[in-house]
Each structure stands twice: as C-alpha cells, then as structure tokens.
Design a protein around this ligand. Structure first.
Ligand code: HEM
Length: 124
C-alpha cells in the first residue's frame, strides 16, 4: 500500500470540498475579488481550485488530467493581483481553514503553504 498522504490525513476529498466551498461563498460576496472571477462559472472555479489542492496534497490527479500542468503563476497573469487582492484572498482562505478545525500541526502545514502560494501569485 502507498504511504498515507497529507490529503488522507486531513480527511480526503470531503475536507477539500468543505474548504473550497466555504472559500468561494465568501469570494462571491467580496467587492474586490468577486469581479475577477468568471460570473457564469463559479462551479467550474470551485472544481479547479479543489482539484488543484487535492492533487497538490497527494490525492487523485484529476486536476492535471483535465487542466494539464498547473503553471499557476502563468494562469494568474491575466488578473491584477496586488497586496489588496492577495490579502482579501488570504482573509477568506484563513476563515475557510478555521472552519475545518484541523489539529494545530495540520492547520499550520496547510496554512503555511497557502500563505506562501498567495505571496508568489502576487503580480502587481
Ligand atoms: C484560478 C484569483 C491565489 C489556485 C483563479 C482565477 C482567479 C484567481 C480570478 C480564475 C478562476 C477560474 O476560472 O478558475 C486569485 C487571487 C489570488 C489567488 C486574487 C490571490 C493571491 C491562488 C493561490 C492558489 C490559487 C494561492 C493555489 C494555492 C488557483 C487555481 C486556479 C485559480 C488552481 C484554476 C487554474 C486553472 O486550471 O485554470 N485564481 N488566485 N490561486 N487559482 Fe487563484
């Protein structure tokens, strides 16, 4: 059997579904972030972010089967992401991570990555 992944440890698909659902519910009402997203494809946006995170943490690789190599910095280039956008994104993600009530060590692992990734996505 293959090694237990972080994805398994935090509760698998269900955990990432809750995380991303909660995150996008907030993004959809955020005056800074909402206009950046495809208004007719919120479900698709949710599927893409969830699929990416699932794959990143060792779950099924459906994301890359459907989208290819992530190349996230390149995919974010069309969006103007300055400190304000980055912090709005992180605020909603922090709230969504809190809602999972993970053990402190798992929370720190997940959050450390998300914070680093959000900084690296800033392009303005
Ligand atoms: C896509 C904004 C950070 C992962 C998108 C989209 C927007 C966006 C507007 C297009 C929605 C779509 O059609 O899928 C932002 C902003 C960020 C941010 C404002 C603030 C820093 C991040 C971070 C990650 C991430 C930190 C990963 C940990 C993704 C993924 C997609 C995406 C996987 C879909 C890529 C694709 O397959 O097309 N983001 N993003 N984003 N974002 Fe972000």
């Amino acid at each position: 059997p293959s090694a237990r992944t972080f994805y398994d440890e935090v509760g698998g698909e269900e955990t990432f579904r809750r995380l991303v659902q909660r995150f996008y519910a907030a993004v959809r009402t955020d005056p800074v972030l909402q206009p950046m997203y495809p208004q007719d494809d919120w479900e698709g946006a949710e599927t893409r972010l969830r699929g990416f995170l699932v794959q990143y943490w060792g779950g099924p690789t459906t994301y890359s089967e459907q989208r290819g190599h992530p190349r996230l910095r390149m995919r974010h280039a069309p969006f103007a992401i300055g400190p304000v956008e980055r912090d709005a994104w992180l605020t909603h993600m922090r709230d969504a991570v809190d809602s999972l009530e993970l053990p402190p060590e798992q929370d720190a692992t997940l959050w450390g990555y998300l914070e680093m990734a959000a900084r690296s996505m800033q392009n303005r």
